[in-house]
Design a protein around this ligand. Sequence first.
Ligand code: PLP
Length: 381
Amino acid sequence: MDIEDTLLMIPGPVKVAPRVLRTMSRPMISHRSGEFGAIYSDCRALLKDFFETKNEIVVMTGSGTVGMDAAVAGIIGRDDTIVTISNGKFGERFTEIGERYGRVVPVKFDWGTPFDLDKVAAALEEGAKAVAMVHNETSVGLTNPAKEVGNLARKHDAIFIVDGISSIGGNEFQTDEWSIDIAITGSQKALAVPPGLAVVSTSPRAEERMLPKSASYYADLKAHLKSARKSPAQTPYTPAVPLFYALQEALHMAADEGFAARRARTARQAEAVRAAAKALEIELFPKVNEHTHYSNTVTAMKMPTGISDDKLRGGMKKQGVVVSGGQEQLKGKIFRIGTMGVCSTSDILQTIQTLELVLAKEDRLPQRGAGVEAASKALGI
Ligand code: PLP
């Protein structure tokens, strides 16, 4: 199948609007020029609303992980301690990053199970300079309790670092309300820009406690902040200029729709996927409690018994719809559908219809059209 005819329904990179793709073919400009500075300043201003913050914003060239790296390297020195909370692949990445720079107290939960906040509190009692968590754990389709951990971080005077990479702009995410000192997203998720940019917000408190010298040269947050504050606004090193064009265009698209309206649409679309799963007798993978929600940006579902990953995802791909599988120990056990950015109603319905087709072929479809009907109802059509 030609990629031009393929519907990409994975949790990032996501579909990019044609007008965003087109803007990247504009001629190059100097990254030290007023033209670039104007684009960067416009993006920084819009991103404040996108993040629901008054904090400073920097945009780094590199994928989301460079933002995670920058956050930890800027705060944690050899003798500092960071508590890292994980219940999936990306939480574990914070542990791995922390180990490069300082001391880590990992608070680990089984993949896809909610945090036990008492365990987080107990780890913080021991004293830590920072605590890091993933808000939306993409690997398991779970939204973790950032507000509650933010309260614990404040109580223990720890810098609060949150990976909002697959969350900001899709799920509810209140940087300032939840006391988040450093929040991170990536361009290929709810921003609906191609991969290659990380966006990082930093509070005055985080800035005060930054190390005099980050152990990372390229991802040095202080250097990025210093350049961003110049007039015209700059980045310390040559940025991926076409991606900045795309970011500006995509942010204006999102602002025209309304950031809150986009989040509400994303929530409806995820609800439609969940409703279809129920109608098709497919179990959702993560466990939820009163502090934890099913993600609105990625729905993780158990592979129906008797169907292989190859049959399900391979069958869907043959029909032109690409969904994700499970990562690491969840390979072959779950599949995931992304709902972020400029995903449309017809994208959702096409995905569910294709899933039904594959299930029918494997003799696993409870009732013809049940998934599409449930999804349509949730979408209000
Ligand atoms: N954190 C989360 C929650 C993610 O979903 C991802 C990517 O899927 C990452 C981190 C890593 O981001 P990147 O692959 O852009 O470096």
